[in-house]
Design a protein around this ligand. Structure first.
Ligand code: AMP
Length: 207
């Protein structure tokens, strides 16, 4: 049974978010709140493995609330992103490997405020959706309108007929932390198949 048939089959949620400790304290607090919600709902957090910024806030909160956490950390970033080793962690050799494992281990994706790294990750995920390589739910947490410039950019590509209007169905956006999980579940019901992703080799062949 896929998550589309049974939204409760969502068991692992990947969070993409910023690694900066200098972020807006409200962003850090909301990240921690979301970590707690995941733990309380019995959902595993999959994330980049760091102990800094929104990443660390989410993971530490999920762990401290009794939740399962899987971190995926490239070896060369261990000290820079201060590997959070209180939880299950996989150390990999490259960013590509990190992203592929995060993708494979997750049933849905949440995008909290983040910087260039977060943008890179979510744009890749959206581009895979654009290529029909997957239909996993993608939810932006648009805290304080953080993602509005990004949404405007996507709208601009649609206005210029470089992205089809139908791509608007690829993701959802919410403005309150409590709305994130309901949005994931609603999107899982709407999508026909949770994972049409081919193995990494065939992904490389397609792109
Ligand atoms: P940032 O939003 O710039 O703070 O980065 C958030 C996270 O994205 C950090 O853990 C970065 O290591 C990660 N990141 C940055 N670039 C990439 C990439 N190309 N592939 C995978 N993760 C990345």
């Amino acid at each position: 049974m896929s998550a589309a048939d049974n939204p409760s089959s969502i068991s692992s949620v990947c969070v993409y978010c910023g690694s900066s400790n200098a972020a807006n304290p409200d962003f850090l607090a909301a990240a921690a709140q979301f970590g707690a919600i995941l733990a309380e709902e019995g959902l595993r957090l999959v994330y980049g493995g760091g102990g800094v910024g929104l990443m660390g806030a989410t993971a530490k909160s999920a762990h401290n609330h009794g939740g399962k956490v899987l971190g995926i950390m490239p070896d060369f970033l261990r000290s820079r992103e201060i590997l959070y080793d209180e939880v299950e962690t996989v150390v990999v050799t490259s960013m590509h490997e990190r992203k592929m494992i995060m993708f494979e281990q997750s049933d849905a994706f949440v995008v909290l405020p983040g910087g260039i790294g977060t943008l890179e990750e979510v744009v890749e995920l959206l581009s895979w959706r654009r290529l029909d390589l997957h239909r996993k739910p993608i939810i932006f947490f648009d805290q304080e309108g953080y993602w509005q410039p990004f949404f405007h950019m996507i709208a601009h590509t649609m206005e210029e007929r470089l992205t089809p209007r139908s791509f608007a169905d690829a993701y959802r956006s919410v403005t309150r932390v409590e709305e994130i999980l309901p949005a994931i579940r609603a999107m899982a019901v709407e999508t026909a198949d949770i994972n049409m992703m081919p193995r990494p080799g065939s992904l490389a062949d397609k792109t």
